[in-house]
Design a protein around this ligand. Structure first.
Ligand code: NDP
Length: 674
C-alpha cells in the first residue's frame, strides 16, 4: 500500500489517524492511503505565515517571477514522473496535457507576466496619483501589498496538478505562502508534484505546504489576513464559506464550483460550413477529455431547431469512434472517472436529466470498456441527451452530471438561445460558434453578465483558438451565481486577489518614497553628470536634468513643415489658425517641440543609453508661437530591470515656456545598460 505524505513544517509526514483509502480509477484496486488527523494545523499555519511569508515578502515581484520560471522548468524536465502516476486517476496521455502541461504552462505565463507587467519592487501601484489638494502638495495613490497571512488552496480531484499550480502561481507571485489541500481521490499526483518542487530547493521554507487528506480545524484558525480558494462542488463550497470563523474575520473566500456551461451554434453554421464541423468537434472533445470531468465542459449544447438532427448525427458519429477503457491500454481515447463514488453520482445525475430528456446516444447498456481489469473501473459511456422542450424543463439547466454527459436543446432565435444559456444561472464559460458577427454580438451582450468567459470561434480563429474548455492564465477563470461567484487567474488580476489594496494619501515626496515611482512635485535632485552618461544601476529615482532654453522661430516651423510635409494650416496660415479656437495664430508643430526637446536633453556621445523604446501619456497643453522659448526638465521616474544587460528607465519629461508654463508633458522610455 502506497503511503501519501503531507509536507508540513518543513518535513514529510506519513498518513496517520483518519487516513482514507484511494483506489485506482481504472481497476478499482485500492493502492494508497492518505490523511492524518493528528497534524498540528495551527502550527502549519504559523509556519506558513512566519517563515514562508517573511521569505516571500523579502523577495521582489521579479525575484518571485524568476522562482516560478525555475519551478516551471524543473517540473517540465521531470513531468514524466507525473504522467506515470496520473494514469491511476483514469486520465489518458492526452488528458495529462491538460492537467500537467497545462499547470506548468500556467507557471510559465505567470513567470513571464510577473517580469513584464510587475515592478522589480515590493509594492504594486494601482493607477496613477490623484490630486486631492489645490496645488498638488497633497495626493493619493492606491497601492497593493501582500496579505500577511496564508492562502489555503482547496482543490478538486479532476486537476491534481493544474488545480494546484493555477492557484499557487498567483499567490506565490503576490508573496503569500500557501497550504495546498488536494482532493483525496487524486492527491498522490499532487504529492508527486510537491515532491518535485520541494526537492528542487527553489522554494523558500514554508512557502508551500501540502496537506493530504482532511484539513482538520484549519478553517476555524484563519484570520483576516488569510485567504481560501476553493474548487469543487457547490454543496461543499456552501458549507465551507458559511464557516462562522470565516464570516467573523471577513476571510477572503473564492469559490469555483459546478457549472452548466453551454455552447451555442449560430443559425448560419449549417452542415457543410467550417463552423458546423468546429462546433461538433469541440462538443465531442468537451464530452470526452478527462471523461467529461472538467469544470468548463459543455453540459448543454444549444442548436438552432432545424439543425438539431444534424448535430446529433454528426456528434454521435464522432463519439461512436471513441474507445473507452483503462488509460494505460493501447488505443484508449477516453479513460475512467476518478472513483466509483463519482461514477454513481454521474449516473444518478444522468437519471435526473433523463426525466426531461431522451437519450439519443450512449448510455451504460451494452457498454464494455477495454482493459484487463476494467470491470472494477469507474467507466461511464459518452452519453448524449436531447431535451426537446428546454423552456419547460428545469433539471437539464441545473443538474451537473460531472462526466461524459451532455444535453442538446433546440432554440428559435438569438434571444431564445441566450435565454437558455442564462438558465444555467451563472457559469464559467459559454461558447458561440458562428461566422455571423451580428449574431455573436446579440448573444454575447445578453449572456455576458451570466458567464465568466465567452468563447467565440469560427473559421478565422479556429487554427489558433485555445478551446472552449481551456481556462487560459491570461484570462479570468470563474463565473457568477452557480459557478461560485469567484474569479481566478486573469493575468495579474489574479495576483491582486492575494494582496490588499490601500489608498495612501500624502505629499509627493511621501508617495515617491512608498511607491518607488517618482511623483511630480517630489524633490528633483541634480545628478553628478548628464543622466545619459550614467548606467542603469547608478541612476537614482528623482535624478533630474534641466536644459537651457531654445527659441522657436517662424523659420523653424517653415523648415519643419517643408522637411516633413506636415503643412497643416495651423502651422502655415496665420488667419486660418487664428480662426481655430485653440490657437492665437500660427503655432509650432507638437512633433517639432518633441524633436527640439530631444535635441535639448540628449547626450550625443556613445554611452549607456541604448535605445528609445517609446513614449507614453503625451499631452500638448499650451500652444507655442514663434518667438517663444522652451526648456526641458527630464526626471528619472521609474526603473525596471529587464535582463542582465539592460533595464528600462521611464523618464518624466516636462516642457515649459519662457514664463514657466507647462506646454507639454510625457513619459519617455529608454533601455539603459546596467
Ligand atoms: P468536493 O466539493 O466534495 O471536494 C472538493 C474539495 O473540497 C476536495 O479537496 C475535498 O477534499 C474538499 N473538502 C470537502 N469537504 C471539506 C471540508 N469539510 N473541509 C475542507 N475541505 C473539504 O468535490 P469533489 O472533488 O468530491 O467533487 C464532487 C463534485 O464536485 C463533482 O461531482 C462535481 O459535480 C463537482 N466538481 C466541480 C468542479 C468545478 O470546478 N466546477 C470541479 C470538481 C468537482 P476531500 O477530497 O479530501 O474530501
Amino acid at each position: 500500500m502506497q503511503e501519501i505524505f503531507s509536507h508540513v513544517l518543513g518535513r514529510w509526514v506519513a498518513p496517520g489517524p483518519g487516513a482514507r483509502e484511494i483506489a485506482d480509477a481504472a481497476t478499482g484496486r485500492v493502492f494508497a492511503r492518505a490523511g492524518n488527523d493528528s497534524l498540528d494545523f495551527a502550527a502549519v499555519l504559523e509556519f506558513a505565515r512566519a517563515r514562508g511569508g517573511a521569505s516571500l515578502r523579502a523577495m521582489t515581484f521579479h525575484d518571485r517571477a524568476r522562482m516560478l520560471k525555475a519551478l516551471a522548468l524543473h517540473l517540465n524536465a521531470n513531468k514524466q514522473v507525473l504522467y506515470d502516476v496520473s494514469y491511476a486517476t483514469g486520465a489518458t496521455l492526452s488528458d495529462h496535457a491538460f492537467d500537467i502541461d497545462g499547470g506548468i504552462g500556467t507557471l510559465f505565463v505567470y513567470a513571464s507576466k510577473g517580469r513584464r507587467e510587475l515592478p522589480d519592487a515590493h509594492v504594486l501601484l494601482d493607477g496613477g496619483p490623484e490630486q486631492l489638494g489645490r496645488t498638488g502638495a497633497f495626493l493619493g495613490q492606491h497601492i497593493y501589498t501582500p496579505l500577511r497571512g496564508a492562502a489555503v488552496h482547496i482543490n478538486a480531484f479532476n486537476f491534481p496538478v493544474w488545480g494546484m499550480l493555477e492557484k499557487l502561481a498567483p499567490s506565490l507571485l503576490a508573496g503569500v505562502p500557501s497550504i495546498v489541500k488536494p482532493a483525496t481521490a487524486s492527491c498522490y499526483v499532487t504529492e508527486a508534484c510537491v515532491r518535485l518542487m520541494t526537492d528542487s530547493g527553489l522554494l523558500p521554507e514554508g512557502a508551500v505546504q501540502l496537506v493530504a487528506g482532511g484539513l482538520g480545524d484549519t478553517l476555524n484558525l484563519l484570520g483576516s489576513q488569510d485567504a481560501v480558494t476553493f474548487t469543487g462542488s457547490a454543496e461543499t463550497a456552501l458549507k465551507l464559506r458559511a464557516t462562522p470563523n470565516l464570516i467573523r474575520n471577513a476571510v477572503r473566500f473564492t469559490a469555483e464550483q459546478d457549472s452548466l456551461n453551454a455552447s451555442i451554434l449560430g443559425p448560419d453554421a449549417v452542415p457543410g460550413t467550417p463552423e458546423f464541423d468546429l462546433f461538433v468537434k469541440e462538443a465531442a472533445r468537451e464530452i470526452t477529455v478527462k471523461a467529461g470531468q472538467k469544470c468548463t465542459a459543455i453540459r448543454r449544447i444549444i442548436a438552432p431547431e432545424p439543425l438539431v438532427a444534424a448535430v446529433i448525427e454528426a456528434l454521435s458519429a464522432i463519439l461512436s469512434k471513441i474507445t473507452v477503457g483503462d488509460p494505460r491500454a493501447e488505443g484508449v481515447r477516453m479513460g475512467a472517472l476518478v472513483s466509483q463514488e463519482q461514477k454513481a453520482d454521474v449516473l444518478a445525475k444522468a437519471a435526473i436529466i433523463a426525466t426531461e430528456a431522451e437519450c439519443v446516444f450512449g448510455g451504460q447498456e451494452g457498454f464494455a470498456p477495454i482493459g484487463e481489469n476494467a470491470s472494477g473501473g469507474a467507466f461511464v459511456a459518452p452519453t448524449l441527451f436531447l431535451c426537446a422542450d428546454p423552456d419547460r424543463a428545469t433539471k437539464v439547466h441545473e443538474t451537473e452530471a460531472f462526466g461524459p454527459v451532455s444535453t442538446i436543446m433546440p432554440y428559435r432565435d438569438a434571444g431564445h438561445a441566450a435565454n437558455l444559456a442564462n438558465r444555467g444561472k451563472g457559469s464559467l464559460v459559454a461558447s458561440i460558434i458562428t461566422h455571423d458577427t451580428q449574431f455573436a454580438r446579440d448573444v454575447t451582450l445578453e449572456i455576458a453578465s451570466w458567464h465568466g468567459r465567452v468563447y467565440l470561434n469560427d473559421r478565422d480563429s479556429m487554427a489558433e483558438a485555445t478551446g472552449h474548455g481551456a481556462p487560459m492564465p491570461h484570462m479570468v477563470h470563474g463565473g457568477p451565481g452557480r459557478a461560485g461567484g469567484g474569479e481566478e487567474q486573469g493575468g495579474i488580476r489574479g495576483v491582486k486577489h492575494f494582496m490588499q489594496r490601500t489608498a495612501v494619501q500624502g505629499s509627493p515626496a511621501m508617495l515617491t518614497a512608498i511607491g518607488g515611482r517618482w511623483v511630480p512635485g517630489a524633490t528633483k535632485t541634480p545628478g553628478p553628470a548628464h543622466p545619459f552618461t550614467r548606467r542603469f544601476g547608478a541612476l537614482a529615482i528623482g535624478e533630474t536634468l534641466v536644459t537651457g532654453p531654445r527659441t522657436v522661430t517662424l523659420d523653424d516651423i517653415e523648415h519643419f513643415a517643408s522637411f516633413t510635409g506636415d503643412t497643416f494650416y495651423a502651422h502655415m496660415d496665420e488667419a486660418a489658425a487664428a480662426r481655430n479656437p485653440f490657437f492665437p495664430g500660427r503655432v509650432a508643430h507638437g512633433y517639432l517641440l518633441l524633436s527640439f526637446a530631444a535635441g535639448l536633453f540628449v547626450e550625443p556621445k556613445e554611452g549607456p543609453v541604448l535605445a528609445n523604446t517609446g513614449l507614453d501619456g503625451l499631452r500638448f497643453l499650451k500652444p507655442v508661437v514663434p518667438g517663444d522659448s522652451i526648456r526641458v526638465t527630464l526626471t528619472v521616474k521609474e526603473k525596471t530591470p529587464r535582463n542582465a544587460d539592460y533595464g528600462e528607465v521611464r523618464w518624466h519629461v516636462r516642457l515649459d515656456n519662457q514664463d514657466g508654463e507647462k506646454i507639454a508633458e510625457y513619459e519617455l522610455l529608454t533601455m539603459v545598460a546596467v
